[in-house]
Design a protein around this ligand. Structure first.
Ligand SMILES: Cc1ncc(COP(=O)(O)O)c(C=O)c1O
Length: 369
């Protein structure tokens, strides 16, 4: 290791982790072409035409920085959600907000509770700030609320992360269970309730916004990347008490939001008719994926998200060979990282052309194994 530049001991000790290998890297590294991009839980149905129009209109203004206070977007989100603009912090996607939250509450060595095999970008941020991950296994393919609570109490943890609905399994808890979990948490523990997939879940899975908004130790994170179809625009937001929301101002990148993305988010909020239509298409696509899985003797798991986890009935190596085999046919999917979740593959919803490619390739891959 060269003496300069001098990195902190923490950074020097960290591996150069890439939490996700993107489809572009797979194309480059394996000389393959992605024909069906149904692995990253993006929304292949795309953003609303009105959103694309707003982005085109904003393109000529891109020489200007976006408003560092994100005033208009906070106003619009507050009106949409039924809370105050002060309850909202805006960031470059949930991923960026997760990093800021960890930075705000974690000193090196402090315990951070999450589920084993849950969203890996969170773990990446915890490692980057020197936190000590304490993981709780899933129970019946759902995040184990009792187990998470027990781990928080045992470790006296200042931070717990939980996604509802969940990635990578697509499972969910009902609103009452989430509210009960939040109520049982020690007030010394900050809870990140990641609601990246809130729009595609069943009615009743999401606590109403006022239910948790007065709790200083709860931050809910949401995004325009999934149902709104704007993953490349990097617009996310957090909902919390005004005091907690304000803390983001101490550490956030004030000019981090891109002007075209913010215009797109404003337009997307206005076009709720398109959102409803897309949610219908996502639900239809979930059924289509489940049908393809069953036709191939595999077991789809119920999903509240824009993807379906499919139990392939064996171990991680078997699921990996299906993921790799599908990519040979140009079908990009992913799979959960740790056992026993890694007996599954994970397929994002998408347009019928993508579903047909999956339908054609999957039996060929299974036969070849
Ligand atoms: C649970 C969860 N949180 C956050 C994200 C990322 O959201 P964003 O694009 O807003 O950073 C994802 C994307 O896959 C996710 O599954």
């Amino acid at each position: 290791m060269p003496a300069f530049p001098r990195f902190t001991p923490l950074i020097s000790a960290l591996p150069a982790t890439v939490p996700f290998v993107g489809p572009e890297a797979i194309e480059r590294n394996r000389g393959l072409t992605v024909k069906a991009r149904i692995g990253a839980n993006e929304n292949g149905f795309g953003p609303a035409p009105s959103v694309i129009e707003a982005m085109c209109a904003a393109a000529g203004e891109t020489w200007k920085y976006a408003d560092p206070e994100n005033f208009a977007l906070k106003q619009a989100l507050a009106a949409h959600l039924g809370c105050k603009p002060e309850n909202i912090a805006v960031g470059e996607g949930i991923d960026s907000l997760l990093g800021l939250i960890v930075r705000m509450v974690i000193d090196p060595g402090l315990p951070v509770v999450t589920s084993f095999g849950a969203y890996p970008t969170f773990n990446f941020h915890v490692a980057g700030h020197g936190g000590r991950l304490v993981t709780v296994p899933y129970a019946n393919d759902r995040e184990d609320l009792d187990g998470l609570l027990e781990a928080v109490r045992r470790e006296n943890a200042p931070l717990v992360y939980f996604a509802n609905p969940d990635n990578p399994m697509g499972s969910w808890w009902d609103a009452d269970s989430i509210v009960a979990f939040a109520g049982a948490l020690p007030e010394t523990c900050l809870m990140i309730l990641d609601e990246a997939y809130c729009e595609t879940g069943p009615a009743g899975a999401m606590p109403a916004i006022p239910a948790l908004i007065d709790r200083p130790n709860i931050i809910r994170t949401r995004t325009f990347s999934k149902a709104y179809g704007m993953a490349g625009s990097r617009v996310g937001y957090a909902i919390s008490t005004p005091e907690t929301a304000q803390a983001f101002d101490k550490v956030r990148n004030h000019f981090g939001m891109n002007r075209i993305g913010v215009s797109a988010a404003l337009a997307a909020l206005k076009d709720q008719a398109y959102l409803s239509e897309v949610i219908g298409r996502i639900r239809g696509s979930r059924d289509r994926i489940a049908g393809i899985a069953r036709a191939n003797g595999l077991e789809p798991l119920a999903s509240a998200t824009n993807f379906v986890a499919i139990d392939c009935g064996r171990d991680g190596a078997h699921a990996r060979s299906i993921v790799d085999g599908l990519m040979e046919h140009g079908v990009f999917i992913r799979m959960p990282g740790g056992a026993p979740l890694n007996r599954c593959i994970r397929v994002s919803t998408g347009p019928e052309s993508d579903m047909r490619l999956l339908e054609e390739a999957l039996p060929k891959v299974l036969k070849s194994l």
